[in-house]
Design a protein around this ligand. Structure first.
Ligand code: GLN
Length: 547
């Protein structure tokens, strides 16, 4: 049976709880344990799939097709353990399950209450697959004291009691603000936050304290005394230059040792941190820099394309170069010539997105990359834009467009080179959709197989002709235009197994021009960069050599 670590936050949000959880997962793995990480989010959306990236950052998609919190991306990048639908839950999902059961009559006439019905549902969720791993790390979103979070805190309190002694520990992440005027780090907010936690019956075993200054021994002892934790369980979390330093930094501060001590695991297995030393070396000993322009819509919030930014960093690590990603609002290219903006870049990436706004600009960016022979990677909508560009400018279809934009505008303006997919095959089942379906959870989601043409550039990059990648889209390139486009040099080099859905397009007669209907960024890891990103950055590096 797994040991459970519950990770909560206090004082303020955005302290890096997800990162701390992910780094702890990596450290426990380094000591030979198997881990799984989970996120419990207090908001009322059933999942983040319907939230704007401006609200919640990127939606991370699992192999089994769940649209989840972006922290699951951190978990995967640090542990390499593929997240599942059962690793992310929200209050909305919990309540909707409870209400479905109530309607079905499962509660046999009982009055449905937060305790025990909602808390039981949360506890059932936490224990899914508990026999599969040594450690289950569960992060509670938000901060202690939030109204919405209360059922989760109550559930983990109960969970700790339900399990045999020593099976669950609580780790609380807080902030020690630095007051410049007095030159002091303040422990009071942490004391209050722990008081709040204890008032709901949870006594933390470990305190992780974010601080911009070194935490003096005196303050550690004060925290230990007032918060009732051992002084060696007060762990400092300092600002880092790269998130991938986190496992080594937390190890230096004694986090993994404190966790093993709290579970009384002795002697503690020695850690093998060679993977993280190598990652560190690749980041901090890069030679040279490549500049990649990301032409997208959600450019104000970096979290909106979190996995893409990380995958580019990994691609840089594979080539021992630093990748400087710069975000450019696609709408600019609807008013202005892209050339002065894009000329200085070694590569151009057009990421995924929804809706028509900015798409003409993305099409112009794809055209610029094609004509100027600059490496281009189009992801999902970025592939659709590249296809539309080729259809318009090479295949004499000046009205080529996507049905997505006509649907949005409520009028027919385009030749639908990209159309609304209503039926497709998943495994050995047919999935059907209607135009007026609900928005939540109805896209083509999760891992699908693609067959790559032997001899194509992508088959070379992957070193395989059968691949599996994660999807999240409603629209699809229409194979009826395949011949016309291939005549012009845009090859459909990756297809769904039934040959109906284009998965990859590429231009052979170009230094590097690839569009993919899926999201390769979701599977990239610092210690295992995704081959497409690694090769994209390699191609960008070649451009630099030519400059
Ligand atoms: N909006 C497009 C579609 O639904 C692309 C989606 C995406 O880029 N993730 O097909």
């Amino acid at each position: 049976m797994a040991r459970f670590v519950f990770i909560t936050g206090g004082v303020v949000s955005s302290l890096g709880k997800g990162l701390a959880s992910a780094a702890l997962g990596a450290l426990l793995q380094a000591r030979g344990f198997s881990v799984r990480l989970r996120k419990l989010d207090p908001y009322l959306n059933v999942d983040p799939g319907t939230m704007s990236p401006f609200e919640h950052g990127e939606v991370f998609v699992t192999d089994d097709g769940a649209e989840t919190d972006l922290d699951l991306g951190h978990y995967e990048r640090f542990t390499g353990v593929a997240a599942r639908a059962t690793d992310s839950v929200s209050s909305g999902r919990i309540y909707s399950t409870v209400l479905e059961k109530e309607r079905r009559g499962d509660y046999l006439g009982k009055t449905i209450q937060v305790i025990p019905h909602v808390t039981n549902e949360i506890k059932d969720f936490i224990s899914i697959g508990e026999d599969e791993v040594d450690f289950m790390l569960c992060e509670i979103g938000g901060t202690v004291g939030d109204i919405e979070g209360l059922p989760f805190f109550e559930a983990i309190r109960q969970f700790g009691q339900d399990k045999p002694r020593g099976q669950c520990i609580f780790m609380h992440l807080t902030l020690l603000p630095y007051i410049a005027a007095s030159g002091e780090l303040k422990t009071k907010p942490t004391q209050h936050s722990v008081k709040e936690l204890r008032s709901i019956g949870i006594a933390p075993d470990i305190l992780v304290c974010r601080s911009e200054r070194p935490i003096p021994q005196k303050e550690r002892e004060k925290l230990a005394l007032f918060c009732n934790v051992r002084s060696d369980s007060v762990i400092a979390a300092y600002d880092l230059k790269s998130i991938y330093e986190a496992p080594l930094a937390y190890h230096r501060e004694g986090l993994d040792q404190a966790v093993l001590d709290a579970f009384q695991i002795s002697p503690a297995p020695k850690p093998d941190l060679s993977r993280w030393h190598d990652v560190y070396d690749r980041i901090f000993h890069a030679e040279g820099e490549v500049r990649v322009a990301i032409v997208g819509k959600y450019t104000q919030l970096e979290d909106a394309y979190k996995s893409i930014a990380e995958a580019l960093t990994h691609g840089g690590m594979a080539n021992r170069v630093k990748v400087r990603a710069e975000w450019i609002d696609a709408e600019i290219f609807e008013r202005e010539d892209p050339a002065p903006y894009l000329e200085g870049f070694h590569a151009i990436l057009v990421p995924g997105g929804f809706g028509e706004r900015g798409t003409e600009g993305k099409i112009r960016a794809a055209q610029f990359a094609r004509e100027r022979e600059i490496p281009y990677l189009g992801i999902c909508l970025g592939m659709q834009m590249a296809v539309i560009e080729a259809a318009r400018n090479l295949a004499q279809l000046p009205d080529a467009g996507s049905e997505e934009f006509d649907h949005e505008a409520g009028q027919k303006r385009f030749t639908p080179v990209v159309y609304h997919l209503k039926e497709w095959v998943q495994g050995n089942q047919t999935v059907a959709r209607k135009a007026d379906d609900d928005k939540g959870g109805t896209m083509r989601l999760g891992a699908y197989t693609a067959n790559l043409s032997a001899g194509s550039r992508v088959a070379g990059i992957y070193g395989a002709t059968v691949i599996e990648e994660r999807h999240r889209h409603r629209y699809e390139v229409d194979i009826r235009y395949r011949e016309k486009l291939e005549e012009q040099g845009l090859c459909f080099s990756g297809m769904s197994p039934d040959g109906r859905l284009p998965e990859i397009v590429e231009i052979a007669d170009h230094p590097w021009f690839i569009g993919v209907q899926f999201h390769p960024e979701l599977k990239s890891k610092p210690f295992d960069p995704h081959p497409l990103f690694a090769d994209f950055v390699r191609a960008a590096k070649e451009v630099e050599r030519l400059v």
